[in-house]
Design a protein around this ligand. Structure first.
Ligand code: IFM
Length: 466
């Protein structure tokens, strides 16, 4: 489908000048090159190679070969007209054991990547940690161990020193909720632990790593470079007007959102979260001064949003959980369309979430650092990949972004997840989030219709509404 077909003459939702149009990826999901040039193993190498952990036994060993094909992929980004590209650095490429000696080849790789982006006029947005903890650090206790936070700060300093002059926007962690609660609580993600107390401890050490990482970055970055964190915030809504649904929403909001937002932006953990999880842990892992470290000011908050969450109270469950203190909270399926992940499609959740951030945590610029949808895309006989559901999803969510900016929310940019089809963690290669289709057998890239559509949006700096 040509770009032309999207240039309709209906009303246009125009975005402010300088609005950042991006696409996002993460190292383990796209790079491959698992042992190339001195990279050490991460927890995701170990986890994905453990039978039964990832659908089909898929691993990130090869992924979409971005480690070798990054120039081709950056040419695609340029073709789309992206103004920014959000990627993550693989810690075990930089420090194979997670501490000490730096692997020069790893740093050189990210320097080549950043320089190639800049050569195309694309702003690099660098995430330091998107879940690939060096395995040696996990062997020493992983995020359950306080020292891991100090190791992260060291890693941040190494990367910041090398690339600080060229990367204007830095993100310490991507979605620490997933690292802590899927990694150490439900066990669905690496390293696969199922201990609720440990998951809360891990959450604290991730936050501490963020705070120490911000300080480390500030000491090496030039003035003007911005530092952020990205959270996967949940738009939680009570499933009914009942008090029990309101209680379920409060409790879930605590361990989904406020457990991160409050120490980052309000100076400490929320009292009710500490109380609700009090039978699981005494929180003695929080030491004097930690909350000040975590609250180190940041320049921007990255928001990842995919779907709303509807909750009520129900029968208590037992077994591994990603939601400590919420055993009797049940997730209610919202009627209506869903993505291939089974996630409800409802852009109003994003509206609610942005408004809530604006009201409860005012004054901090926001950026949508991930938003997108998986569908069962196929290359058609004529070579096209028709994904009208993804176009509708992106359009509706971008309309909310536009509406939020109009309402006075300081929202600086939007990154579609994802640039390329890739390794979707425990789902392996079965879920396609890309706006660019990848044939995993040949590594051939084909722009989906949504990519053509996104290019037209970027070019117009607005959405044409038929
Ligand atoms: O693929 C992930 C990404 O790594 C983190 N945010 C959610 C995406 C879709 O599940």
């Amino acid at each position: 489908m040509s770009t032309q077909e999207y240039s309709v003459n209906g009303s246009r939702l125009s975005f402010p000048a300088g609005f950042v149009w991006g696409a996002a990826t993460a190292a383990y999901q796209i790079e491959g090159g698992a042992t190339a040039d001195g990279r050490g193993p991460s927890i995701w190498d170990t986890f994905s190679h453990t039978p039964g952990k990832v659908v089909g036994g898929d691993t990130g060993d090869v992924a979409v070969d971005h480690y070798r094909q990054f120039r081709t992929d950056i040419a695609l980004m340029a073709e789309l007209g992206l103004s920014a590209y959000r990627f993550s650095v693989s810690w075990p490429r930089i420090q194979p054991g997670g501490r000490g000696p730096v692997n020069a080849a790893g740093l050189d790789y990210y320097e080549r990547l950043v320089d190639e982006l800049l050569r195309h006029g694309i702003m690099p947005v660098l995430t330091l940690y998107h879940w690939d903890l060096p395995q040696e650090l996990e062997d020493a206790g992983g995020w359950g161990e306080r020292d891991t936070a100090a190791r992260f700060a060291e890693f941040a300093s190494v990367v910041g020193t090398r690339l600080g002059d060229r990367v204007p926007l830095w993100t310490t962690l991507n979605e620490p909720w997933c690292s802590a609660f899927l990694g150490y609580g439900s066990g669905e993600h690496a390293p696969g632990h199922t201990d609720p107390a440990l998951s809360l401890r891990a959450a604290h050490h991730l936050l501490l790593a963020h705070g120490l990482g911000v300080a480390a970055l500030r000491s090496v970055l030039p003035a003007g470079a911005e530092v952020s964190i990205t959270l996967n915030l949940h738009a939680i809504m009570p499933a009914s007007p009942s008090p029990s649904a309101a209680e379920a929403a409060r409790r879930l909001d605590g361990v989904a959102n406020r457990i991160f937002l409050d120490p980052l932006l309000r100076g400490g953990y929320p009292f009710d979260v500490v109380r609700d999880t009090g039978s699981l842990t005494d929180w003695s892992f929080v030491r004097a001064g930690d909350e000040a470290v975590i609250g180190e000011p940041i320049d921007l908050l990255g928001v990842n949003y995919y779907a709303p969450t509807l909750v009520d109270l129900g029968e208590p469950r037992s077994g591994p959980t990603a939601w400590p203190g919420c055993d009797d909270v049940v997730f209610v399926r919202q009627p209506g369309p869903a993505t291939a992940m089974g996630w409800t499609i409802d852009a109003r959740g994003l509206r609610t979430l942005l408004l809530r951030l604006h009201e409860d945590y005012p004054g901090l610029p926001l950026m949508i650092t991930e938003n997108g949808a998986a569908f069962d895309d196929r290359v058609q006989a004529d070579g096209a990949v028709r994904d009208p559901e993804r176009i509708a999803y992106l359009r509706d969510h971008l309309a909310v972004v536009h509406e939020s900016i109009e309402a006075g929310i300081d929202l600086r940019g939007y990154f579609v997840w994802s640039l390329l089809d890739n390794f979707e963690w425990a789902f392996g290669y079965t879920k396609r989030f890309g706006i660019v289709h990848v044939d995993y057998a040949t590594q051939r890239r084909v722009l989906k219709d949504s990519a053509h559509w996104y290019r037209a949006v970027i070019r117009a700096n607005g959405i044409d509404w038929a």
